[in-house]
Design a protein around this ligand. Structure first.
Ligand code: FES
Length: 156
């Protein structure tokens, strides 16, 4: 745990009315620094915020953009919600798995890409949708799936 995390926690506790409200901004800030949130970090965050470790872990595991294991430089989420599935997201995922040589949930050996499923990304009108780091892309035709890896596709 880096010493500045305690400083950030104290700053956020002053800014927000209760520790629960400050938790997500703190987790986001630490993940930006570390790349992911280890169980040791979650335990320390719980201590800093005066919350239970179980509560902090439940928040971190609920949101798909909090990572509890190391991820690649680019994280590609392919939505597998109903609208996206009906529009062909399974084929988009299949093409990406083939191109990267990994399965959903895995990271390429060079650490460049992580491929993950996501439940509804709240952009059903753009189905099928993918998200590369924080950038939405859609609709993605399976033939365009590889372009996601170079972020050439942008239809938003
Ligand atoms: S089902 Fe994919 S964005 Fe809603």
């Amino acid at each position: 745990m880096k010493p500045e995390y305690q400083v950030w926690a104290e700053e956020l506790k002053k800014e927000f009315p209760n520790a629960n409200s400050a938790l997500m901004p703190l987790l986001h800030r630490i993940q930006t620094e570390e790349g992911w949130l280890s169980s040791e970090v979650l335990d320390e965050v719980a201590h800093l915020m005066g919350l239970s470790t179980q509560y902090v872990e439940s928040v971190a595991s609920f949101y798909s953009l909090f990572y509890q294991r190391p991820v690649g430089k680019k994280v590609v989420h392919v939505c597998v919600g109903l609208s996206c599935m009906l529009a062909g997201s399974d084929e988009v995922m299949h093409r990406l798995e083939q191109k990267l040589g990994i399965s959903e949930g895995e990271t390429t050996p060079d650490g460049a890409f992580t491929l993950l499923e996501a439940e509804c990304l709240a952009a059903c009108d753009l189905a099928p949708v993918a998200q590369v780091n924080l950038r939405f892309q859609g609709p993605i035709h399976p033939d365009e799936a590889e372009a996601l890896l170079s972020e050439e596709v942008s239809k938003q």
